[in-house]
Design a protein around this ligand. Structure first.
Ligand code: XLS
Ligand code: NI
Ligand code: NI
Length: 435
């Protein structure tokens, strides 16, 4: 099928910092080496199918603003047109990856058998397009939150028939992800949570979620899927309380159900903010447990208090996120997904391209700043100095000791700690030299 949606828009290229072309990269230069590795291979950008192509621009007060030739998504012809337009955009942006939910790429049918048939048909079609494209699949996932059947959750639904429908849906999406060579499979707990504890057996729901995720891992091994299984934390919205609240909560959950070696995390900037954390906090928590998988690099409006899914535009924040990612060794199967949507007034095809260009450029700029900080070593050195006392043999021995022996030593040596500056402002000024 041919599509003229992006007619008149040229393939986006790197023009350097001096460029004033709004549809050119000023920082993202895929082949440029950063710490000895191509920028593209560090960042591993992905376009989110749902916000860019499926979303029609509605908000709680009004409906569709985006009038696209592939809306509404209720038949296979329009689903294929949408795929054609999507792959055209992947090519214009030269992105290495994209991501989807089942519901973004196929029409919703009602019966599972019909959903399965349309999913197979559209993923065959997408597979053919991928043959002719350089864009691969970063991850697939199941939308188990939009249709009304999911209103009380999927794996945590009080109705076992919904659990069954969820199991079949996830199996179909894992099969499709595997077929398309996906590098990860993501589970964001859309409505896995509650509206009120008055009607919720929290303990039973968590046990069901733990068993469900174990089935996902068992199935991954059964089909020989080599990618990572990732869980995406979020504290609330759509549920009042989501079980996968934040990175620390997810890690505790994964350990409880024996999944700590099998599942990693997909962290989203905006979700970190909703949970009352900085993004780098969430990244550092996951990295400290070896569970950093992938990121959704979309921000929230800081005044709004909900998940506004905007493209990133804050270099200092992005730089600190990549600093912690670089410190953790960078991405393996993960990448930088833009789980980000246009504002509903941004109607034009150019807006969609410009949003991604800006997001990619900010990430590239942040990555370069992060790499410069790693190479300079100033933050690392400050840490080394701050914790230097712990390299003393007596300090190390204390960790293998006990409260009584430590007390004896405090008395014998008249230990009386001398407070030292944490130097926060000096470190903030240091970071500002790079961003
Ligand atoms: C919603 C989530 C969602 C996941 C994929 O807030 O970010 O988009 O990334 O289901
Ligand atoms: Ni989100
Ligand atoms: Ni997300």
């Amino acid at each position: 099928m041919s599509t003229g949606f992006f007619e008149g828009i040229e393939k986006v290229s790197f023009e350097g910092e001096g460029s004033t072309n709004p549809l050119a990269f000023r920082h993202y230069n895929p082949d440029e080496l950063v710490m000895g590795k191509r920028m593209e291979d560090h960042l591993r950008f992905a376009v989110a199918y749902w916000h860019s192509f499926a979303w029609e621009g509605g908000d709680p007060f009004g409906g569709q603003t985006f009038v696209r030739p592939w809306h509404p998504q209720d038949d296979m012809g329009r689903a294929k047109l949408k795929a054609d337009v999507a792959f055209k955009m992947f090519d214009l942006l030269n992105v290495p990856f994209f991501c989807w939910h089942d519901a973004d790429i196929r029409p919703e049918q009602g019966y599972f058998a019909d959903n399965l048939a349309t999913l197979e048909e559209i993923t065959d079609y997408i597979g053919e397009k991928m043959q002719a494209s350089r864009t691969g699949l970063l991850w697939g996932t199941a939308n188990m939150f939009s249709d009304r059947r999911w209103m009380s959750g999927a794996a945590t639904n009080p109705d076992p028939d919904v659990f069954a429908f969820a199991a079949a849906t996830v199996k179909s999406c894992m099969d499709a992800t595997h077929k398309l060579g996906g590098q990860n499979y993501v589970l964001w707990g859309g409505r896995e949570g509650y509206e009120t504890l008055l009607n919720t057996d929290l303990g039973q729901e968590l046990d069901h979620m733990g068993r469900f995720l174990n089935m996902v891992v068992e199935y991954k091994h059964k089909i020989g899927f080599k990618g990572a299984i990732l869980v995406e934390p979020k504290p609330q919205e759509p549920s009042k309380h989501q079980y996968d609240y934040d990175a620390a909560t997810c890690i505790g959950f994964l350990r409880k159900y024996g999944l700590e070696d099998e599942v990693k995390l997909n962290l989203e900037q905006g979700h970190a903010i909703l949970a009352g954390h900085s993004f780098e906090h969430e990244i550092a928590v996951a990295a400290s447990e070896g569970m950093l998988g992938s990121i959704d690099m979309n921000r929230n409006d800081y005044q709004s208090g909900w998940d506004t899914d905007q493209f990133p535009n804050n270099t200092p924040e992005v730089a600190l996120a990549y600093y912690h990612i670089l410190k953790a060794g960078g991405f393996d199967t993960g990448g930088t997904n833009f789980d980000a949507k246009l504002r509903r007034q941004s109607l034009d095809p150019q807006d969609l391209i410009a949003a991604h260009v800006g997001g990619m450029d900010i990430c590239a700029r942040g990555l370069k700043a992060a790499a410069a900080m790693v190479e300079d070593g100033g933050l690392e050195q400050a840490l080394t100095e701050r914790y230097a006392g712990w390299s003393a043999p007596a300090a190390q021995a204390m960790l293998g000791s006990d409260l009584g022996s430590i007390t004896d030593r405090v008395l014998a040596e008249a230990i009386n700690p001398e407070p030292r500056s944490g130097r926060q402002e000096m470190l903030e000024n240091y970071v500002n030299r790079f961003v």
